[in-house]
Design a protein around this ligand. Structure first.
Ligand SMILES: [Zn+2]
Length: 245
């Protein structure tokens, strides 16, 4: 295979050096002038309003997984949702929610713009657990989000003591915007092992939290927790966001 190189502008993490990743990596820069507008399978979030989330500090060393060269070590707080009560239907397909976690700044970009934060809701298909689907939601400063504040408050203790902390009665319905328009494409996990074959649904409307809450989230991991954008290559991004006239 030829040693293809990609430029910094393409968003490669290894600008000017041989590419080490596949052709369907995430995150990506979503260019709104290159979208495929079409009717998409309907999203039906059947999330509960009183979920238990187990916060756990996770860290992947710089050389994990082996063979991909040294990159930045990754750390974050993962919010496990152990009960299988929270579902997302995409058309006829039924997915169950298993985890939520936050990245600062956002990993996906819209026309090159980053948001203050982005969270990922990880799901797998009920009748095919190998089929992973992640819903991404952007955050910007605005109205208060009490549930985010309650969760973020626990992050330092979780990280410093490697302690699993349970937060009860989280309203998961408030972790997705009421406006359901989205961008959808095939990508990968954005943390080790960066497996491809992941369905991404990036919600077009951001959520808001107080600036102080988002700043707190950011200071927990001062180096940031966002992976750089990767080239789209031959992929297309589909959307049901109305066209701008
Ligand atoms: Zn993530």
């Amino acid at each position: 295979m030829s040693q293809e190189t990609v430029s910094e502008q393409d968003g490669s993490i290894e600008a000017g050096r041989p590419r080490r990743w596949g052709f369907e990596q995430s995150p990506v820069n979503i260019r709104t002038d290159l979208l495929t507008h079409r009717r998409l399978p309907r999203l039906e979030f059947a999330y509960g309003n009183s979920a238990k989330i187990e916060l756990e500090y996770v860290r992947h060393p710089a050389d994990e997984p082996p063979g991909l060269g040294v990159h930045r070590p990754e750390e974050n707080v993962a919010g496990h949702i152990r009960s299988h009560d929270h579902h997302l239907r995409v058309g006829d397909a039924d997915y169950v929610l298993s985890e939520v976690h936050w990245h600062t700044p956002s990993e996906h970009l819209i026309d090159g713009r980053t948001f203050w934060a982005e969270h990922h809701l990880k799901h797998h298909r009920v009748d095919d657990p190998g089929d992973a689907l992640v819903v991404a939601v952007f955050w910007e400063a605005g109205e208060d989000h009490p549930d985010l504040q309650r969760l973020v408050r626990e992050f330092p203790r979780c990280r410093d003591n490697a302690e699993i902390i349970t937060v009860d009665s989280v309203d998961l319905t408030r972790l997705v915007p009421t406006e359901r328009a989205s961008y959808r494409y095939r990508g990968s996990l954005t943390t080790a092992p960066y497996s491809e074959g992941v369905s991404w649904i990036v919600m077009a409307s951001p959520l808001t939290a107080r600036a102080a809450t988002l700043a707190e989230l950011e200071t927990d991991f001062p180096g940031g927790t966002a992976r750089s954008a990767h080239p789209l290559y031959r992929r297309t991004i589909e959307t049901d966001v109305p066209r701008v006239r």
